[in-house]
Design a binder for this molecule. Sequence first.
Ligand code: ASP
Length: 584
Amino acid sequence: MLRTHTCGELRIADINKTVTLCGWVQKTRLMGGLTFIDLRDRYGITQLMISDSVSDKEGYARECVLKVTGIVIERESKNKNLETGDIEIKLQHIEVLNTSITPPFTIEDETDGGDELRMKYRYLDLRRNVVRKNLELRHRLAIETRNYLDKQQFIEVETPVLIKSTPEGARDFVVPSRMNAGQFYALPQSPQTFKQLLMVSGFDRYYQIVKCFRDEDLRADRQPEFTQIDCEMSFIEQEDILQTFEGLTKHLFKVVKGIDIPKIPRMTYANAMKYYGNDKPDIRFEMKLVDLKATTSGKNFKVFDDAETVIAICAKGAADYTRKQLDELTEWVKRPQIGATGLVYARVNTDGTLKSSVDKFYNEDDLKNWAQVCEAQKGDLILVLAGSEDKIRKAASELRLEMGNRLGLRDKTKFSCLWVVDFPLLEWNEGDPNLLASLAGRWHAKHHPFTSPKPEDIELLKTNPGNVRANAYDLVINGVEIGGGSIRIHNKELQAQMFKILGFDTEEAQKQFGFLMNAFEYGAPPHGGIAFGFDRLCSLFGGADSIRDFIAFPKNNSGRDVMIDAPSEISLEQLNELAIKTTI
Ligand code: ASP
């Protein structure tokens, strides 16, 4: 080893030891004929002292790499903010292992580098404590996940990365095959079919911390390649999966954050939509959506009378919102992303009087009814949206979250977990931009085509497919979908029926998924599973909104790696070898 200690290690008990440290220069200061250098490595910062002013400052510029030897001495002015702050090293020898040109941004917790610059020089960004700590958290979560699952008899099995493209689900990333001209592999959107095949093989309990790939439009919490904790179990029912992965969730919170999570409540998808307008409700706060249609009808207020849906939320303690704040909130709900046409409000004043923005149509008694239905008390503010059901429930959900933010109800250090269960099996695809256009105007599997309908709803598949519920569940934490899974179909006929409903003819289904249906003929056990979004789990534990800083080398919003400049063009020679014809 080039060093005897790390830069985070030395304490008062080490005084008088001769030590050798290696690291990067964080800072150099000249003071009263002495030179002080802060030397940094992954473990911390140690102050070096040279009892001379160093003339060759170039050699000790920021970020150059030093190997230093000296004696540990007690510091005169101690630094309480540094774990090594009681000591410093009186240097006897310095060796410059490598020089550094001036970095494009400061390597500090609060850096002056913007996003794009940090990503271009990600290897420098990763020197910053805050980013490195995120990756240490990720490592800890991975280790503890493995510990827990190993104890529960799960085995980690690697599944292939070059697989076959399927038209179901999101868009695939594809890889041309040189040895099979004109043919393509696809990168897995998840190891779904492989983990089911492992159950047919009798593996019983499988997991994998695995990269998955989806060619979707990107958002802050999406990356084209991301990581899942992917799991599957045999001879189980939904309840067993919920228990096992509630166990994993509790274990991770306990050992990584020291938090005891109480029993995770459950909510049906139907109730989540009804009370929160959302299939991943943030239940750190109440503020449920209230149906105000019946209460507001027949008072000649055309906007409410004509609306399919009138929904209210009650913002506790917000009756003192000023006119200006309410105008601003009205503009907020009218933004295209929210899509409401306006916002009606009613204040329940602290003196018990009620005042609304539609006083012309509703007298105080009417407003008292509103307050009663909304369970509003003195000091509360009722906010009302009206319009078509699909639009307004979604808008009300957004408004609820926004009010939650404004009222400080979404504390990042508090965690509320929730199982959402009984998802619909199918949804009608009007033309989802994340799916191939050819799939529009068909039923689409809400979870995926291997999800089992609830046995009691199987009959409805023929008559009313939209009402069939699935044995599918999501784990939601603080309004973020952290995990999702289902009990699978393990019967060839039912799987074939499902493909038919999804619009595949028998030949097409056989071509795409024949390997799975054939496997089901060789004794497939009842099975089910779940996958956790590992990047999101890490960012949630780290108290961040974006997953990007929990991934060592992430892509930007256009799916580009700006550091290595990918994707990039390939040579004509490569294209020819791959038998790909282009217009260039
Ligand atoms: N493969 C599924 C997904 O990626 C998870 C599961 O059903 O286990 O969402």
